[in-house]
Design a protein around this ligand. Structure first.
Ligand SMILES: Nc1ncnc2c1ncn2[C@@H]1O[C@H](COP(=O)(O)OP(=O)(O)O)[C@@H](O)[C@H]1O
Ligand SMILES: [Mg+2]
Length: 252
C-alpha cells in the first residue's frame, strides 16, 4: 500500500481538489484506492458524493481499536472508496497530541486499510498540527500545492523548515504549482522562476472552471471534463506521482 498526503500550511490552494482527482486517476489505472478525508471541512468527502459522517467520530477513529471497514463508503467511481471526514475531526489534533503514543492511532488506521487498498490519498487540513506531524513520518509522499505568489512561496519555505525540524527527508516533499493563472504576469514570472530554481513536480495545474464546479457535480474533474487543461495537468501529475512511488502497473 502506498500513502500520499496532500498537505500545506495554507488553505484554499487545491489540496482537496487534487486529492479527489488523483484518487480518481489511481482508481482508473486499476489500483484499489482510498481517499482518507482527515479535514473537518470534509470537502473531499462531499466532492465524491459521500455523506460527511464518520461513524463514531474522530474519537473512535483515532482513539480505539475498531473495525474501520464499517466507516468506509464507496464513491460513484469503481475501485474508489472514502473514509469520510466530518466536523468531529476538529478534535483530531487534540486527540492525537494528547495521546501517550501519538503515532499509534494514525498508523493503526493506515495498517488497517493496507490489505484492502493499493493507494491511499490523505486529504489534510491546512497547517501542521500533531496529526500532520505523525503523517509526515508515516506516508510515502507529501504533495504540496503551491500558488505562484510571493507569500505562498514563503509559506512553502516555512513548511520545508518544519519538515526539517521533524526529521522528514527532503525528498518526501513534492511541491507542485496549483491554481496557475497565465493571464497574470506575476504568475507567469513566478512559474518560470520556480521551475528553474526549485525541485517542483513538472505538472502545473491551471485555474479551471471545470475544477471549480467539482463540488457541485460531485464527479472528479478528470472524469467530468477529461479534455480540460486542468484534467491534462492532473494526469501529468498522477504520472509523476506513480513514478515517484514506483507504483507497479495495475493488474488488467
Ligand atoms: N485548478 C483550480 N481551478 C479553479 N478553482 C480551483 C482549482 N483548484 C481548486 N479550486 C477551488 O479553489 C478553492 C480551494 O480549493 P481546495 O481544493 O478546496 O483547496 P484546499 O483543500 O487547499 O483548501 C475551492 O473553491 C476549489 O473549488
Ligand atoms: Mg481542503
Amino acid at each position: 500500500m502506498h500513502a500520499v498526503a496532500l498537505t500545506a500550511l495554507k488553505g484554499g490552494v487545491g489540496k482537496t481538489s487534487t486529492a479527489v482527482n488523483l484518487a480518481a486517476l489511481s482508481a482508473a489505472a486499476g489500483h484499489r484506492t482510498l481517499v482518507w478525508d482527515i479535514d473537518p471541512q470534509a470537502g473531499a468527502t462531499a466532492c465524491l458524493g459521500v455523506k460527511p459522517k464518520l461513524r463514531g467520530g474522530a474519537q473512535r477513529l483515532l482513539g480505539s481499536d475498531r473495525d474501520l471497514g464499517r466507516s468506509i463508503r464507496p464513491s460513484g467511481t469503481p475501485r474508489l472508496d472514502v473514509l469520510p471526514g466530518d466536523v468531529t475531526l476538529r478534535e483530531a489534533d487534540v486527540i492525537v497530541g494528547g495521546s501517550r503514543k501519538p503515532k499509534r492511532s494514525l498508523r493503526r488506521v493506515l495498517t488497517a486499510v493496507a490489505k484492502d487498498y493499493d493507494v491511499v490519498l490523505i486529504d489534510c487540513p491546512p497547517g501542521v498540527g500533531p496529526v500532520t506531524e505523525v503523517l509526515v513520518r508515516s506516508v510515502d509522499l507529501l504533495l504540496v500545492p503551491v500558488v505562484p505568489a510571493p507569500l505562498d512561496l514563503r509559506a512553502l519555505d516555512r513548511f520545508r523548515d518544519v519538515l526539517g525540524d521533524l526529521g522528514a527527508p527532503p525528498e518526501l516533499l513534492a511541491p507542485f504549482l496549483s491554481l496557475v493563472d497565465r493571464r497574470k504576469p506575476l504568475h507567469r514570472r513566478l512559474v518560470d522562476e520556480v521551475r528553474t530554481r526549485e525541485r517542483f513536480m513538472g505538472a502545473v495545474v491551471p485555474v479551471s472552471s471545470a475544477v471549480e464546479r467539482m463540488p457541485l457535480e460531485q464527479v472528479p474533474t478528470v472524469v467530468d471534463a477529461p479534455r480540460s487543461l486542468a484534467a491534462i495537468a492532473l494526469r501529468e501529475l498522477w504520472a509523476e506521482v506513480a513514478e515517484r512511488l514506483d507504483l507497479p502497473p495495475a493488474p488488467s
